[in-house]
Design a protein around this ligand. Sequence first.
Ligand code: KG4
Ligand code: ZN
Length: 344
Amino acid sequence: MKVLGIETSCDETGIAIYDSEQGLLAHTLHSQVELHAEYGGVVPELASRDHIRYLLPLMEKAFQQADISKADINGIAYTAGPGLIGALMVGASAARALAMSLDVPAVGVHHMEGHLLAPMLESPAPAFPFIALLVSGGHTLLAEVQGVGQYQILGESVDDAAGEAFDKTAKLLGLGYPGGPVLAKLAEQGEMNQYKFPRPMTDRPGLDFSFSGLKTFTLNTYQQALKGEVGDQQQLKANIARAFEEAVVDTLRIKCQRAVKQTGIKTLVIAGGVGANIRLRASLQAMMESQGGALFYPRIEFCTDNGAMIAYAGCLRLLAGQHEPLVINARARWPMEELSKLSC
Ligand code: KG4
Ligand code: ZN
């Protein structure tokens, strides 16, 4: 089965073609980073318009890459939520219209399920059951995954998502947008142990997270440091960025280790934009090795938003016979526990 995947939930237009027998045939992406940079964050209306601008050209490019025509497509998968409603509607409308004209089924995919299954595009792919750490700009959660659609949330952020904390902290330090990768890059030049940041909610049982306090701690630390003798401003920011990153990574590692111990499941998957963080990967890798387990993650370009993960998740659901009638559905909010279990 050949499935066209469409991702337009936020600030990346992603298109991909996945074949259940041959694997990924094509994927194309347009990032809106430059468009939103001057505003320091995503402007929803601009995002929707840009998706309209890029969706069809990217689709043409994907068909060229895969060397197939539209008539070869057997199904269409699109991100139906959660995300920016206007942006979601662009992908949903295009997917439904194309599905009707080609007379093929279309399925609305949960964006976080896409992220969660993205490591399965790699080889070797993780086997069920596994623990998933989903760390993106909008979500931070730990889930026990028994199969497709069988997600038991073990813990989640009670306030900011990990990516959101990176983005907001970067803004406080006057760094560019998007904050996560910029802060991580600056942290590379930071010296270890210059500042000691807290590891929120690790001193009590449970698997929930809280990151908003770290952002305030960073601001206070920065303002306090500026009151004293500041030699090299850039080095000061790098040291603070390093301490912040260490705190987030350490907190995530402690909770993942706890989840592994609690469930006895020794396969851990990281997914979502913050999964691109090299220090996080290294820390979780070392932790899983010490537990006699294994860590899986997607290639960097499939950590952040992309069409491949949507094509893949959609393909599994379409193969299981799932699709929706001709309605254009998109949901800004969509709890992952509402997803139907897939027996495949
Ligand atoms: O999954 P994603 O592309 O979009 C959402 O679904 O939210 O994640 C984007 C988030 C942003 O907050 C971004 O700053 C963060 O992932 N991010 C990173 C890195 N690369 C992206 N955070 C830390 N380190 C990185 N290298
Ligand atoms: Zn995402």
